[in-house]
Design a protein around this ligand. Structure first.
Ligand SMILES: Cc1ncc(COP(=O)(O)O)c(C=O)c1O
Length: 395
């Protein structure tokens, strides 16, 4: 490499999710760190993807997605949120939905579509780790606002104080990784007021859209036309159908934003894996109950884990959605959260995710002083959860 090479992301290290999963493998720990299901994708989906491959459906799909999948996404959005996305079929697909290679691609493309050099984007910490590098590579600047622990709610007056003439967009994530908090209808109304007052755009990361608990409703931006008209709404079939490795997602956006989004999407991936699109379209059509049952499926796992940990010295924080549960370990150890997770993996045999790496580098130290919290993923088989909980109860 020529010596003049300078990194475009000099401060970026290996993601904490990769780091903890590698450590879990190395020490053969029970891996409750990285957020992927331990159980398999439904047999129906596997059969349909195998069939599509064996029938030779192995070439490019239309760049914006197969028409049958786009139609099924619109139907699902109608069922879930009583919202009519445009079903107008144009040559380049449905006007408001684009199929992407995972939510990661959708987030990336939405950010490149919106963010110009020196634009500021507000994100909330702890934040999913793909937002900031994408904003930086677009030439933008992240403005970080910490969620209010322990409820991890958004302080909207702080958001208003942070907005200035350079602010371009706000990124929200609900249900929220890593905290399991969710946005309420009142939150969305505060958000809408600010977006309108300051004429801003919104990226709404809703990859856990079908996982909310205790009867709480997911307040999708898709339910609110005045929010949606300035938004990119991003979701992940990988999360919904237990097939994270397929990297399939979608982005819903109003017409004009979709046109711009697609200009970039076509040069990032052109299109997503055709056999997976065929299989997911059939799954959405023939098994809508998979989605309507997903919240109770994960709520049972959450409750199993909470119950199994009730005699431990961990303090469990509320998990209202996602497949994550936060544990406060301050009664057990004075280590910082990263050291605690390393110790937990190596010496105790359970891998978890520390929250501090999901804060900006300069805020981590102060975060450590006030919070001793780790994230467990409960998208695991019941046996695995019980085994891990049994070990954690001994601490
Ligand atoms: C909040 C959040 N956004 C986006 C993604 C990426 O989703 P995908 O695997 O579909 O790219 C994840 C995956 O963990 C996530 O937790």
């Amino acid at each position: 490499m020529p010596s003049s090479f300078t990194s475009k992301l000099p401060n970026l290290a290996t993601s904490i999710f990769t780091e903890m999963s590698m450590m879990a493998n190395q020490y053969q720990a029970i891996n409750l760190s990285q957020g992927f299901p331990e159980f398999d994708t439904p047999a129906f989906l596997k059969d349909k993807i195998n069939l599509a491959i064996s029938e030779g459906k192995n070439q490019y799909s239309p760049s914006n997605g197969l028409p049958e999948l786009l139609t099924q996404v619109a139907a699902m959005v109608h069922r879930q949120y009583q919202t009519d996305l445009s079903t107008e079929q144009k040559l380049d697909g449905l006007k408001n939905v684009t199929i992407t290679s995972g939510a990661t691609e959708a987030l990336w493309v939405a950010i490149q579509t919106l963010v110009r050099p020196d634009d500021e984007v507000i994100i909330f910490d702890p934040a999913y780790d793909s937002y900031e590098p994408a904003i930086e590579l677009a030439g933008g600047v992240c403005r970080h606002i910490a969620l209010d622990a322990p409820s991890y709610a958004i302080n909207w007056s702080l958001v208003e104080q942070t907005i200035n003439e350079k602010t371009r967009a706000i990124i929200v994530n609900s249900p929220h990784n890593p905290t399991g908090s969710i946005l309420s209808a009142a939150d969305l109304s505060s958000l809408q007021a600010l977006l309108e007052k300051y004429d801003l755009y919104l990226i709404s990361d809703e990859v856990y859209e079908h996982m909310t608990f205790d009867g709480l409703r997911h307040e999708s931006v898709l339910r609110y036309p005045d929010l949606f008209k300035r938004a990119f709404v991003v979701s992940s079939f990988g999360k919904t159908f237990h097939c994270t490795g397929w990297k399939m997602g979608y982005c819903a956006a109003p017409d004009a934003l979709t046109v711009e989004f697609r200009k970039i999407h076509q040069y990032v991936t052109f299109c997503s894996f055709t056999p997976a699109q065929i299989a997911i379209a059939q799954m959405l059509k023939e098994h809508p109950e998979h989605i309507t049952e997903l919240s109770s499926f994960y709520q049972q796992k959450r409750d199993l884990l909470i119950n199994a940990l009730k005699d431990s010295r961990f303090n469990m924080l509320p998990s209202k959605g996602t497949y994550f549960l936060l544990l406060d370990y301050s009664a057990i150890s004075a280590l910082n959260d990263r050291e605690f997770c390393q110790w937990l993996t190596k010496e105790v045999g359970v891998a978890a995710i520390p929250l501090s790496p999901l804060y900006p580098v300069d805020k981590r130290e102060s975060y450590h002083q006030n919070n001793k919290v780790i994230r467990l993923c409960f998208a695991k088989n019941d046996d695995t959860l019980l085994k891990a909980a049994g070990i954690l109860c001994q601490l």
